[in-house]
Design a protein around this ligand. Structure first.
Ligand SMILES: [Mg+2]
Length: 252
């Protein structure tokens, strides 16, 4: 493990750091609205961002995660790779044709949600998330409803930590976003750290770059008692919680 850290430090300009937000550099909050950047991350990231290309790649809206992290010299990508924050938020063009379908899903959800007390909808415009952290007994019903809407409207379902999301049926995810930025930044190596199922996409993105050649990738799974086994299975390194990851980042 120390080997890749040495390579990063020798050549920071070509070494990219890609980080998920919730559960990775922020402790999981009972409601998405109150999550905060971990205080140690707030201390470590500014100095990393002056030396390394650094991107926070979140499931949140890009402007939202940029506001919560609140640090300069960081590239922010939101909605699992679908929204890029440049001068202003930019939606990936592949998603645009599917916005009307998401609209219909939004309308249908409003009428169906009465059946699922405690479940809340997080509307990220490009995805609709059904959160059941506050009502875990509703998990099966929430999953069924999401699948039913996806089947009827031609959308795709993705699961996360206590959430199920409806998305456009296109291959735009954290992995494709990581690939695009790694090429744009001419990276020779990168690390990606995340804690959830959508982070498996980013790990796959790293693998694709490695297969293309001339690239080294380090996939870091941030473990908690909710870690999906799929994530742990494909990681190069596992760390215990946000603090475990920050211990590694502090060495860079
Ligand atoms: Mg996360």
């Amino acid at each position: 493990m120390d080997n890749w850290i040495g390579e990063f430090k020798k050549d920071p300009r070509h070494s990219g750091i890609f980080l998920d937000f919730d559960g990775t550099i922020s402790d999981i909050a009972p409601k998405p609205g109150i999550a905060q950047l971990h205080p140690r991350a707030a201390h470590i990231l500014p100095s990393l961002a002056t030396r390394y290309p650094l991107c926070v790649l979140s499931g949140r809206r890009a402007a939202n995660v940029a506001e919560i992290v609140g640090l300069p010299h960081i590239h922010y990508i939101g909605v699992h790779g679908m929204e890029w924050l440049e001068d202003e938020p930019k939606i990936d063009p592949e998603i645009l044709p599917f916005l009307p379908r998401l609209d219909r899903a939004r309308q249908k959800l409003q009428s169906e949600l009465d059946e699922l007390p405690g479940v809340t909808v997080e509307d990220k415009m490009l995805t609709l998330g059904l959160h059941y952290r506050e009502a875990p007994e509703q998990e099966d019903k929430a999953l069924d409803l999401a699948q039913k809407l996806a089947d009827t409207l031609g959308l795709k379902v993705r699961r996360g930590r206590k959430v199920v999301e409806l998305r456009a049926p296109v291959d735009v995810d954290k992995g494709t976003a990581l690939g695009r930025l790694s090429h744009a930044w001419r990276l020779k190596r990168a690390l990606y750290a995340g804690d959830d199922l959508t982070d498996v996409d980013a790990f796959r993105g790293l693998r694709r770059l490695i297969r293309e050649g001339g690239f080294e990738g380090t996939a870091i799974a941030v473990l908690s008692d909710e870690t999906p086994i799929e994530l742990e299975a494909v990681a190069d390194i596992t760390v215990l919680g946000v603090d475990g990851l920050l211990d590694i980042l502090a060495q860079l």
